[in-house]
Design a protein around this ligand. Structure first.
Ligand code: HPA
Length: 270
């Protein structure tokens, strides 16, 4: 697997001659950030050797290289979810490729269901920590020592300085933000009321189906990580209603502008 990652990174390097500093996973709610990037190169996933192909509605697959906030960035338009049937290794493959391309920071966004009773639909939540309840971990198997240790530390999976920076940027731009813990379940089912209750009891503020594998692999490889989530529905007793993928996309689109401002300004100051 390491050889494949290396070969893919070498292919991209040769094609683009680009040296990214920051990697961005354009999850739900960050699609609009693409418009802010001064694009130098776009590589469709199907043109990149060894890359998985994305299947889920609302996600198209491209790796985008360019300038944002004065920094060289590489952005993944379209991510890979465990529920699509990819292995954990496939889900994190692009993260490891971006590491070999030279990134030092990873920024990730997602949509999630709020289980904190103080949250409202449309809130943004800075992820301060996560709970991995996926049926796996991308680091299971022979350790890739080229990236990091067998037993990586996770005491600060989400970089505290980046959390502080995000809060500063949000305040300056009069954007209110929540902070909290993101718990990952496999999906693709949304949660039952009992499952939402379980998520809350376990100590989380939101639940979603992504991000955690990418952050585990990124942290293993020594990257500083930042994550932000849009609360698109509530798993709070008395407030639970039917939820569809379309609802999630709709709420995320409304919050997109605020999320874009925060990420763009953070990148400028990193
Ligand atoms: N649960 C899991 N994933 C989600 C949710 C949810 O309620 N909302 C958006 N993604």
């Amino acid at each position: 697997m390491y050889d494949q990652i290396k070969a893919t990174a070498a292919f991209i390097k040769e094609k683009t001659q680009f040296n990214p500093e920051i990697g961005i996973v354009l999850g739900t709610g960050l699609g609009g950030l693409v418009q802010e990037i001064d694009i130098a190169h776009t590589l469709p996933y199907e043109a990149i050797p060894n890359f998985p192909l994305s299947t889920v509605e609302g996600h198209t697959g491209q790796l985008i290289f360019g300038k944002l906030g004065g920094k060289n960035v590489v952005a993944m338009k379209g991510r890979f979810h465990f529920y699509e049937g990819y292995t954990m290794q496939q889900v994190v493959f692009p993260i490891r490729v971006m590491k070999l391309l030279g990134i030092t920071h990873l920024i990730v966004s997602n949509a999630s269901g709020g289980v904190n009773p103080y949250f409202e639909i449309g809130d943004l939540m800075i992820i301060t920590d996560h709970i991995n309840m996926l049926p796996g971990n991308p680091l299971i198997g022979k350790n890739m020592t080229e990236f990091g240790p067998r037993f990586p530390d996770m005491s600060e999976a989400y970089d505290k300085a980046l959390v502080t920076l995000a809060k500063e940027v949000a305040e300056e731009n009069k954007i209110s933000v929540q902070e909290g813990v993101y718990l990952a379940l496999s999906g693709p089912t949304f949660e039952t009321p009992a499952e939402y209750r379980m998520v809350r009891v376990l100590g989380a503020d939101t639940v979603g189906m992504s991000t955690v594998p990418e952050v585990i692999a990124a942290k293993h490889a020594g990257l500083k990580c930042f994550g932000i989530s849009i609360i698109t529905d509530l798993g709070v007793p008395g407030k639970i209603v039917e939820v569809t993928h379309a609802d999630v996309q709709h709420v995320a689109a409304l919050a997109e502008k605020k999320m874009t401002v925060i990420i763009k300004e953070m990148i400028r100051r990193v």
